[in-house]
Design a protein around this ligand. Sequence first.
Ligand code: ADP
Ligand code: MG
Length: 450
Amino acid sequence: MNEQEIWKNVLGDIELQISKPNFLTWFKNSKLLEINKKEGSVIIGLPNNFAKEWVKNRYHKIILTSIRNIDETIKHIDYAVISTQAKEKVGEIKNNLTDVQSTLLDIKINNKTNLNPKYTLKNFVVGSSNELAFAAVQAVIKNVGKKYNPLFIYGGVGLGKTHLLHATGNEIMSLYQNKINVLYVSSEKFVNDVVWALKNKRMEDIKNKYRNVDVLIVDDIQFIGGKTATEQEFFYTFNTLYENNKQIIISSDRPPGVLPTLEERLRSRFEGGMTVDITYPDYEMRLAILKAKVQNQGVIIENSILEQIALKVQRNIRELEGVLNKVIFYEQYKNQKITSKKLNEIINEVINSSPKITASDIINTVADFFEITPAEIINKSRKQGVVEPRQIVMYLMRDLLKMSFPQIGEKLGKRDHTTVIHAYEKISQQLVQDHDVGQKILVIKERLFK
Ligand code: ADP
Ligand code: MG
């Protein structure tokens, strides 16, 4: 038997022992490069360094056993990167990775205000769906604390609430040249701060932090409800600021009247200010947003393509952006105009991806990837090798399903939400710093969306 034949046999053997997705991911592009009979060694080639390390760490034993079934003189395996065909593949992974990470990398969040400078009023496209909200924030900017207080903005996922909140904060900062203290927090960050302060007996710090600002912006308030201590602290913070004519701006996925878990007194506070909604953008506006984004990025995409995207992607602006980014990536990477078949594929991928995936899909896919059982991820096992998969599951549930931290904790064996926050932050950080984690998540996401 020559190298090729031996490897074919070995692969047939391995295929029976591991899951199909794992087999395809790790062995589809593998090769037996060399057999050295004299030394009893072989060299196995993998398409990139990540695959090489992974296969070496995970599958060495089964590979060796399979090879020795065919030729028992083999005692040693070396692993190498196949350089020729590797180039394209590595480039692809790198580009994809940039895609995954760009959101994390290109942001330089102001660590005093938590404001993200990438969101401005200038790059916020105004149209019929958000002109009311836009007018309201302009009034707030001109009369900080005096006109609409609190300003309550609500609307569905991906319609621009977070963008508008940051943009408002940024505008206030630049207009008043930092003489006004602005603080942006997600309600989860607020919950987390309060939980931490209670545990460490540092409530004073929290009070100082939140009650000494001129403008407090709280994003996604729907996550604050139902936790008595935090809700109470928020209520007091709110009152203190309000009584001192400080500005409060709040966003939510639904109007204050129907926030299910919110205490009545807080609800009526919210309703006492100005409430505006952001609704779904119409075709004209969707097209305007696409054109603005293309212009901002300095790329050229044909109008007919933008029109098709605007026509078909209707649910929200995040998806609109998602499709556009993929199209830009595709055209730049392939260096050719996108076909309408490919465009439809991309659109379907983006439109159908998010709602179809469930929490169980994530648990199962991650478990399969790491070759552990779903139960091991959910249970309290501290076995080596389950901690990282579990943290990745938590990260993906947050990232892909937008589940709240308590919901994720609940799904994963009733873990505390602070554990989930820790996991989420850890993985987010590693995504920027640690190449391997990015690659793992990339492979997992690919499988999830297939
Ligand atoms: P939400 O907080 O309502 O879920 P985001 O503010 O995160 O939505 O918006 C999702 C994406 O869409 C962001 O990248 C944001 O910049 C973009 N976006 C939303 N509305 C607009 C708009 N009016 N003009 C330009 N970009 C927008
Ligand atoms: Mg948001």
